[in-house]
Design a protein around this ligand. Sequence first.
Ligand SMILES: [Zn+2]
Length: 346
Amino acid sequence: MPRSLVLERKGELSLRDIPLDMDMGPTEVRIRVHTVGICGSDVHYYTHGKIGPFVVNEPMVLGHEASGVVIEVGARVRHLKAGDRVCMEPGIPDPASRAAKLGIYNVDPAVTFWATPPVHGCLTPQVVHPAAYTYKLPDNVSFAEGAMVEPFAIGMQAALRARIQPGDVGMVLGAGPIGMMTALAALAGGCAKVLVADLAQPKLDIIGAYPGIETINIRDIPAADAIAKATEGWGADVVFECSGAAPAVLSLPQLVRPGGTAVLVGMPVDPVPMDIVGLQAKELRLETVFRYANVYDRAIALIGAGKVDLKPLISLSMPFEDSIAAFERAAEGRETDVKMQIEMPR
Ligand SMILES: [Zn+2]
């Protein structure tokens, strides 16, 4: 039985042996896990025991942002071999489903996703995973960066949904990890510049260090005033709402230019009312994002080409033996921590 990081119940973690299904089918690969990022969702399950309808009712292994090394491949696997360095997409759809056939497998009702109850995650020494959702890393992309592909994929999905045109002015509300990933994906996707708004200055300082990013501290100036100033009153071509905060959602019609686009990335805890007429009066296009589909290859290509550097967003790496302490620190939500990672023992 593999020693894993187990969420026993709300507020209680342990490092212990737990029985996991390790059978490998002909289209699957066995992977030795190397690095796992701690996600806000992992922390939320730890502190709250649930996210929306997903409730932790029995012990569950946490973690879904992983990279590793292939150690065995199924008989029908062609594109991977033992020794390959890889990262894994944590959501597995039913390939025969209607959603999968449409290419929108992220919204397949049958999707299983690591560390979403009752599915175990990847903070465990080895995982068995479909080869089709396992991606080879270029030699110049580290395991730490490989484990960043999962959160970056959400930014990629947001940038794709926005249908950015070269030279667009982008705006991101919320400088959490996903806001930062979205800002970088929007830049890589063709935005001339991206303004990132938040009220936590340490977060703004981290993302503001990237060329092409300008920051707005909404304690000093309202986001609407800042974007008006930056665009001579016209508004942003694309605004990505990544905070999940109701006032930010409500402000979208004031921030987007006429005919522009608002992308809803952040997930408000409660339903948020919307200024419909505000949207209509500018004929804004509204897009939503749920996880991602078919973006891993693109994300890895951008990182491998050096067009996106996620390394400055990795705040701290801790050994697996200290993973409970790592989760406690993540739960503190320090404003200087972006992404914390756990390294599995060799
Ligand atoms: Zn995540």
